[in-house]
Write a protein that binds this ligand. Sequence first.
Ligand SMILES: [Zn+2]
Length: 388
Amino acid sequence: MSKGSMTIENGRLVTPFSVFPGTVVIENGIISYVGSSAAAPAGVEPVLDAGGAYITPGLIDIHVHGGGGGDVMDGTREALELMGQTFSRWGTTAFLPATVTAGHRETLGAVEAVKEAAEKGTGGAEVLGIHLEGPYIDYSKRGAQHPDHIRPPSLTELEEVWRAAGPLLRLVTLAPEIEGAEKAIRQLRSWNVTVAIGHSNATYEQAMAAHLWGASHICHVFNGMRGLHHREPGVVGAALTCDGFSVELICDGVHVHPAAMDLVLRAKGPDKVVLITDTLRAMGLPEGRYQLGGLEVEVTEEAARLLTGELAGSTLSMAKAVKNAVQMLGVSVPEAIRMASLNPARTIGISHRKGSLTVGKDGDIALFDTELNPLVTIVGGRVVYQRA
Ligand SMILES: [Zn+2]
């Protein structure tokens, strides 16, 4: 997508640590000024009056499978366009599409589509690369992952993905207790890929060993792993006590009880919690009944369910996750925004160019009203969404 220039004035700038009145200027897709309105350079047009709204860095979702009717596993650029355009309605300016456990050819097909969408843009949020969630996971903690394709890590397969994706391969979620995981983690780290523990039945000791091999992130903490037991703390115990791990949190109050979310925040602090949505293709669709991925699904504001009542995915948005963090956890707006922008950017190694309102970073911006409802979304200095 081409890069734009614009001035966003009269807003409340949300930096990682504070909120103050001011202006942001973007030139050729890059932030060129952040500060008081009085000192802002004149003449960069168009000018958008924020009308006192929050001006925040664009939200970054590093764990998402689908939205707007599209799914990463469709293996098409169109699906990723639907996702990018849909997410941008909730302040998301960049996302890391996640695969699910599937056959190797299918995964490679998804990687090809991601490469194309990353290069050509989606008309909405930017595609940052790919997150492999599975297939190298523990059968007993597979959750909604397809059982038929779960298998031990294969260096040959990983090398093929790496050859296809290159630096766009940013995150791999696996279970470190399965045969071959150590070699896979060490190999991925040599390529500078972030490794997350997830869908894992690892003990505390196994999780800490994986940290020594290079794993540094936890896939949706509490979900897809054994609970916290005082004699066998498991992955959760390692995640909460080892500062070397950042943790993903599905902050909808359903996947993790608010008290357990509070525990995560107290243990990790606002710099190590990464808000994610983990949504499937029904996210962002108007309420109603759909044929999605060969299944009949009823979509409501709360969730997507099969006609049997079984959950077929959350319909959480990053904006809602931020709002929930403020309302359910009592964090400040800068902290909630940090957990949804700077922290995810750090996790996948892109914080030098995204994640905060900083001169020199990409002109990815979101505007929210005082209730944290999304108003305007800007990607690379161009407005991709504006609330009617
Ligand atoms: Zn997932």
